[in-house]
Design a protein around this ligand. Sequence first.
Ligand SMILES: N[C@@H](CCC(=O)N[C@@H](CS)C(=O)NCC(=O)O)C(=O)O
Length: 223
Amino acid sequence: MTTQTKPLEAHSLPTPNGQKVHIVLEELGVPWTYHRVDIGKGDQFKPEFLAISPNNKIPAIIDPEGPDGQPISIFESGAILKYLALKFGQFYPTDPRSQVRVDEWVFWQVGGFGPMLGQNHHFALFAKEKIPYAINRYVTETKRLYGVLDKQLAGKDFVAGDYSIADIMSIGWAQGWERQGQNIEQFPNVKAWLARLGERPAVARGLEIGKDAEVLQARFNQD
Ligand SMILES: N[C@@H](CCC(=O)N[C@@H](CS)C(=O)NCC(=O)O)C(=O)O
């Protein structure tokens, strides 16, 4: 089994996209450090961050012990989670048929569940000008996507086979159903899945990391 000697660096924030990386790192139990990238203050446009994340978005990681023993940086949460899962041989299946199923739901999240719910947050919560057409469009699309996830979870404990990066990709987004204008009672399988995942200590920790920057800093200073 692969071991990590030097800590992995997560350049991140406790947003639903950053939380994916925090959760998988906590699940893996590998040494890692949190580096706050304050996107509200424009840290994502600093040259040192753009060097590891050219799309100026969190999360990004640096693995000081990359595939050839040399450091490697990775941006895009799906690429990060797949890299970590493959490196440590956890949360990603080994047989090709099951890998396809996990990949489908990883890409579904980065291509749909994340961006559409992100637009929902933008127009319904953050935009100073409230545009009913835009709010309705994204709340409706959010509802459709929750319906898709609910159908996929019918009769299953996890999104794609065993607990995997397919689950970790979506948990941070789905726990925000209320502020996304959704009624979780309409999606009983998603509700049960959220509760199931919430019982995992690593998920609970991963969702909290970075929320209190000072507490977090104290924790890492002890490591
Ligand atoms: N597809 C990307 C999305 C990342 C993303 O949207 N990150 C947001 C925060 S949740 C960000 O860094 N925004 C800063 C900006 O757009 O300037 C991923 O999955 O990693």
